[in-house]
Design a protein. Structure first.
Length: 236
């Protein structure tokens, strides 16, 4: 459960946020939602795939961290083993709220990251915003803008029938086997068959680059399986 409250420099003047990464802080998740504007950064580390939205009517892009529910293969004893975090992970425990059309910053007071003595100060002693809080404001704004842009991107993929389901059969060095399913990726043959007009429209909207970032990211499945093998060997 979460307990989001409106952030303010009176009630939360001593608030600090633990920014270390670990399962104890809720980072043991298989994936996080992402959006086209951060694909270029994330494709260097994670497979970017799509899942059906909760209502089943559309698709959502996600960055994969593991091969099964509750697994994050980027977590180590030293933290998160990648130089770039998805913004939906970095923003924790802050959330976007609304007051009419105005965006408001909320904080989940039940998050294990919330502290009164450890971590990054949210406010300065005189009540102003700390550098950390300013960064989180920027992160939340980028998330808001990114999510707004996702619908058009997904609509374009659906218009050109560019999404296909896939499965990954996994055999570990130990002989253990598994299968990843339930996700979607870019249908490369249909992409290659698009005519010049369709490609131009995708390019002008910025969607074509995002599509190729998704395609490039699929090579990171080898990285995930290598990480899974190391984790499996360490647990034996």
């Amino acid at each position: 459960m979460s307990n989001p409250v409106l952030l303010n420099n009176v009630q939360h003047k001593n608030l600090r946020i633990i920014t270390k990464r670990g399962a104890e802080y809720g980072d043991n998740v298989m994936f996080a939602l992402t959006f086209p504007s951060e694909f270029r950064t994330l494709q260097a580390h994670y497979p970017i795939v799509f899942r059906k939205s909760d209502d089943g009517t559309s698709f959502e892009p996600v960055a994969l961290f593991g091969l099964q529910e509750g697994e994050n293969l980027f977590l180590t004893g030293d933290g998160w083993d990648a130089t770039d975090l998805p913004l939906l992970i970095e923003r924790q425990p802050f959330l976007i709220g609304r007051n009419g059309e105005e965006l408001m910053m909320h904080v989940d007071m039940d998050s294990p990251r919330v502290s009164g003595s450890e971590g990054e100060a949210v406010f300065l002693p005189h009540g102003g915003s700390s550098g950390y809080l300013e960064r989180m404001n920027s992160v939340l704004l980028a998330i808001h803008q990114g999510i707004q842009g996702t619908a058009g991107f997904v609509d374009a993929l659906k218009e050109h029938n560019l999404l296909e389901s896939f499965v990954v059969d996994i055999e570990l060095d130990s002989g253990a086997q598994g299968r990843l399913s339930g996700f979607y990726t870019i249908h490369e043959e249909r992409l290659a068959a698009l005519d010049g007009a369709a490609l131009e429209r995708l390019h002008k909207t910025g969607y074509l680059q995002a599509i190729y970032m998704v395609v490039a990211s699929m090579s990171n499945f080898r990285v995930l399986i290598d990480r899974k093998n190391r984790a499996d060997a360490a647990s034996r």
